[in-house]
Design a protein around this ligand. Structure first.
Ligand code: PSV
Ligand code: MN
Length: 386
């Protein structure tokens, strides 16, 4: 195989998971803008996700968020997905949108609240059994707002206890992905604020516990690709929640604010042997002012472009330059790959997959947007908390 055909083969195999919540209405704490045609049910979200997959060929799974995607029959929902060429991906738990969680969930000082939160996490594993999902994604809004509010160390013990109980419940082939976030909603301490804390818990638990890197969950200037390289080296990178940020957890389209960072991350993924099904490449983003489906297609394409550039890095030339300490030559090798216009290559890949080379244009021509605007009148649109 030539180098280019190997890159193309790797791109054809790519799998990017889209989040059910990105198809629904979202916003900031100031305003959620409703858009016409937004899904009203989890099934309608899957209908939209199927369009994204149909046009890109690389978005075959959809992450669910419980309770936003609560249904009576999860196996039925999985069948519905399958009939549309999709399968259900990570189950995202939610222990942050209930009044009981004012002081935290699994770290709450009251054992009864901790039990309620744990029961929800265990229910999510039951749902995974029904949907065939591999990954449980855990994000905790737990933390404190004031010094002295609660005992930092005791909260870590409570967290460890809950994580151990969930770990015990996981079936063969199932994993738990622990997400960290250095701020929000708590302001003084956050119980899982960084990759080190997430890693320490996952290390104790065992190999089914892995860290998930949400690209929006870092302080400005954090070198995320370094974190990726270290986690991969330790066998602890479970996956990504991709999005872009200017200020904080902005949840913008991945690769929009800083495509160079996305390239650097994808390069470390490729370099570290993380480009494959063991790493969950998920989007976690919201489209507050832009049209949702084309924004998700655009995001998938942005990940593809960063991946193509990462795959094109001349690793031999890079190693040679690094070995002899040629700083400028080494940097130039990376920049050459980054500055390559990979859009023609990706257009070819799509044509080889029987797809339109321009997925966004194909979506606009398809009439889907007009159809859902017409069909999805009445009812309650999906959105945060819905
Ligand atoms: C928290 O900010 C987070 O990144 C978690 O992944 C949640 O599940 C998701 O956002 C919900 O929007
Ligand atoms: Mn996330």
């Amino acid at each position: 195989m030539t180098a280019v055909s190997a890159v193309k083969a790797a791109l054809r195999k790519q799998a990017i998971e889209t989040p059910s919540w990105a198809y629904g209405n979202s916003g900031t704490r100031f305003k959620v803008f409703a858009q016409p045609g937004v899904p009203r049910t989890p099934r309608e979200k899957l209908d939209d996700a199927a369009r994204v997959h149909a046009h890109t060929g690389v978005a075959p799974t959809v992450a669910l968020h419980i309770p936003w995607d609560r249904v009576d029959d999860y196996a039925g929902l999985a069948r519905y997905a399958k009939e549309r060429g999709l399968s259900l991906g990570a189950i995202n738990s939610n222990v942050f949108q209930d009044d009981d969680y004012r002081l935290g969930s699994v770290c709450h000082p009251d054992a009864a609240v901790r039990r309620k939160a744990l029961d929800h996490l265990l229910e999510c594993v039951d749902i995974m059994d029904a949907t065939g999902s591999r990954d449980l994604k855990l994000w905790f809004a737990d933390g404190t707002n004031y010094p002295g509010q609660d005992d930092i160390r005791a909260r870590q013990e409570r967290l460890a206890e809950a994580l151990a109980a969930v770990y015990e419940r996981l079936g063969g082939g199932q994993r738990m992905l622990l997400e960290y976030k250095f701020f929000e909603p708590a302001f003084y301490t956050t119980d899982v604020p960084d990759w080190g804390t997430a890693y320490a818990h996952c290390l104790r638990l065992g190999e089914k516990a892995q860290v998930v890197v949400d690209t929006g969950h870092h302080a400005p200037g954090t070198n995320i690709e370094f974190i990726v390289a270290v986690l991969l080296r330790e066998g602890k990178l479970g996956g990504f929640d991709f999005n872009s940020r200017f200020y904080a957890d902005d949840d913008l389209m991945v690769g929009s604010a800083d495509p160079f960072q996305l390239f650097r991350i994808m390069y470390e993924v490729v370099r570290g042997g993380g480009y494959g099904p063991r790493t969950a490449f998920m989007l976690d983003q919201c489209h507050n002012i832009e049209a949702k489906i084309p924004a998700i297609i655009r995001s998938v394409m942005n990940v593809q472009e960063a991946t193509a550039k990462a795959l094109l890095v001349d690793r031999e030339a890079l190693s040679a330059a690094q070995a002899c300490g040629d700083v400028l030559a080494a940097n130039a090798v990376l920049m050459d790959a980054y500055n390559t216009d990979v859009r023609p290559l990706l257009a070819e890949v799509r044509e080889e997959m029987g797809l339109d080379p321009d997925p966004v244009a194909a979506y606009h021509r398809s009439g889907w947007a007009e159809r859902i605007t017409e069909d999805r009148k009445g009812g309650r649109q999906a959105g945060w908390g819905a």
